[in-house]
Design a protein around this ligand. Sequence first.
Ligand code: NAD
Ligand code: LMR
Length: 330
Amino acid sequence: SPNLQKMEESSLLRRENCRAKGGAPGFKVAILGAAGGIGQPLAMLVKMNPLVSVLHLYDVVNSPGVAADVSHMDTGAVVRGFLGQPQLESALTGMDLVIIPAGVPRKPGMTRDDLFKINAGIVRTLCEGIAKCCPHAIVNLISNPVNSTVPIAAEVFKKAGTYDPKRLLGVTNLDAEVLGIDPRDVDVPVVGGHSGVTILPLLSQVKPACTFTADEINYLTDRIQNGGTEVVEAKAGAGSATLSMAYGAAKFADACLRGLRGDAGIVECSFVASQVTELPFFASKVRLGRGGAEEVFPLGPLSEYERFGLEKAKKELVESIHKGISFIRK
Ligand code: NAD
Ligand code: LMR
């Protein structure tokens, strides 16, 4: 009933205000595509983040159910569900961070670029909403092909006059268990882009420092470049990585929020507007701060193998970037 709805809304507002008075940083986060394979576990993980005071869950299906479910977790964030295009603006208004895992995933035999036809339009619509309702939010873009969807988002924001390159970040981090060391202790910078040969792990810069034979480098590079494909094949038509991705995206979002809070020394790899190479977008280490990706770090010294890989990556990347840009400019 409308009365009950009013009561619930005012109780949510009371909780929101209460948190704000308590001095908690209280960031507002929206997930677009929140009822999907990534969206649902991501919603759960973000609901557990103490930096989040409000969590908006938007999808074109099932988001009220997911929101009701997640709202029963006894953590601080107030959760609200939003269903379908008419509720997009309410979902976005006032958000500090918007995470986008909306769109179709791969099936075996597909490249990420095969998703362009469907996902490009979805990302455009969602970004038009962001430009209108929360133009200063940080955007974490997960929908594939990331190498093209980030340029699409940039063009939409440029058209709307709201583009701030520091606030648009393609999510490319992955948690791989290929090195035979405790994954928590390993840091492999992965640069370039987010598909096939554009995924360029810099094994010469692994921390803690390791030396690998040529065979090991070939093997590890291949495993890292095809990590996503391994999952697509194992799921045999039922989708791509969702749980590991939700975990990766939740960690990345947390890094963005700690940056927004003003924490020092937050560094992650991300696909961003970049002057590190001659390409307009490139993934490399970035320092996250109050303004988003405040500093984009250069690649550092590369091995000969990596320099060769970089040239291959750039050839494919330039095409994907161009495809994204012309989708909006055409
Ligand atoms: P999924 O099909 O399980 O979920 C996608 C969700 O998006 C669905 O709930 C769907 O209803 C929703 N959706 C569709 N159109 C929408 C719209 N216009 N507005 C809002 N929501 C909409 O797919 P998934 O496994 O969650 O993957 C989502 C995307 O993430 C895919 O494109 C996939 O390739 C990509 N992905 C990226 C990475 C990465 O590292 N960047 C990793 C894994 C998956
Ligand atoms: C990715 O790395 O993009 C995901 O694992 C999804 C995919 O299609 O591989």
